[in-house]
Design a protein around this ligand. Structure first.
Ligand SMILES: NC(=O)c1ccc[n+]([C@@H]2O[C@H](COP(=O)([O-])OP(=O)(O)OC[C@H]3O[C@@H](n4cnc5c(N)ncnc54)[C@H](OP(=O)(O)O)[C@@H]3O)[C@@H](O)[C@H]2O)c1
Length: 305
């Protein structure tokens, strides 16, 4: 059945791929973007674009809402100003979104709202699942508050799924896009001592997980959006070098990452060995459970627009 789907963050790395998949299935999409003209140029009339949440009342009430908007988190040092922007673009926007939805004549069947595995903080070698507690630090607090605002302001008639996303792997955005050039130039290497665990997920798998959660009525609550096979940074480095056929001899020392990114370096140097226990229990199947085929596929296909 054709659904009307409203997406915040629909112009981003994950959102763009999701829009492609949803359009292939015949759904109608409305996205929120601060760059409405640019997005309209890309999608023409295939997608409706609004620049203010208040414009949602002029659209048919959405059946599904997918809330992914947020300023990029690892790009720059976390100054107080940057922290406020990171929080506002997620927490304040999510609160406004839920306020806007409450005003609509019909509530969506399901709301899938973003979060990240940063919720767990640095957990070393310990395996982490959805029932593990909140960790320490700015990212953990940000994710906690982002989830909390969705839980507090949800309408009881809408099912709510919270997506604790890991490092999304695709060539069009996220971490892989940033590291590809240095690796291609032979300047890639482990971050810090490389022993930290990295919990990643293929771009197609996170998009399919979002669709799975939306379609399955029994799914509700928190889901780790990570592959079942986290790897250490050293292993990731070795496999990326192998896939790109380049040496990986240039490590990025801890002190240098800390000097460049300050507190934000904790996201690259911290260790998170996260398992998608609830997605697996719900019957979700990963197309790319292992990193090497995921990387090979990412470089073989242009995954976004
Ligand atoms: N990619 C990953 O590896 C990863 C990992 C963990 C969690 N996540 C989370 O998943 C979400 C989507 O990730 P992504 O990689 O697709 O992000 P992205 O490519 O950076 O896109 C971010 C999206 O958020 C919107 N946005 C940014 N700042 C905003 C603001 N101040 N107000 C309103 N909208 C704003 C942008 O829309 P416009 O510019 O069009 O307005 C854009 O569509 C993010 O919240 C991110 O934190 C991603």
């Amino acid at each position: 059945m054709i659904k009307h789907i409203f997406i915040t963050g629909g112009s981003g790395f994950i959102g763009s791929r999701l829009c492609t998949l949803l359009l292939e299935q015949g759904h109608q999409i409305t996205i929120l973007s601060r760059q409405a003209e640019r997005v309209r140029t890309i999608w023409h009339d295939k997608i409706t674009v609004i620049s203010q949440l208040t414009q949602l009342s002029d659209c048919p009430p959405p059946n599904w809402v997918i809330n992914l908007a947020g300023e990029p988190i690892v790009d720059r040092p976390w100054t107080e100003k940057r922290k406020a922007l990171l929080r506002n673009s997620r927490i304040a926007l999510t609160k406004s979104l839920f306020g806007t939805l409450q005003q609509l004549p019909e509530q969506p069947d399901v709301i899938i709202s973003g979060s990240a595995i940063g919720f767990y903080g640095d957990t070393g070698n310990n395996v982490v699942t959805e029932s593990s507690p909140q960790g320490q630090g700015f990212a953990a607090e940000l994710c906690h508050d982002w989830e909390q605002v969705a839980q507090t302001h949800r309408h009881k008639n809408s099912r709510l799924c919270l997506l604790r996303t890991g490092v999304v792997i695709g060539t069009e955005g996220g971490m892989l896009k940033k590291v590809t050039l240095p690796f291609k130039l032979g300047l890639g290497g482990p971050l810090g001592n490389g022993q930290q665990w990295s919990s990643w997920i293929a771009l197609d798998d996170i998009c399919n997980l979002i669709l799975f959660l939306a379609e399955n009525q029994q799914c509700e609550g928190v889901y780790n959006a990570t592959s079942p096979n986290p790897i250490t940074n050293a292993t990731f480095t070795k496999i990326l070098g192998k896939v790109l056929k380049r040496p990986t001899l240039v490590p990025m020392p801890t002190f240098m990452l800390k000097a460049i990114l300050g507190e934000a370096s904790s996201l690259l140097l911290g260790s998170q060995r996260v398992l998608p226990q609830r997605a697996i229990e719900a019957g979700f199947t990963f197309e790319y459970p292992n990193i090497e085929p995921c990387l090979v596929n990412s470089f073989a296909t242009k995954q976004s627009l």
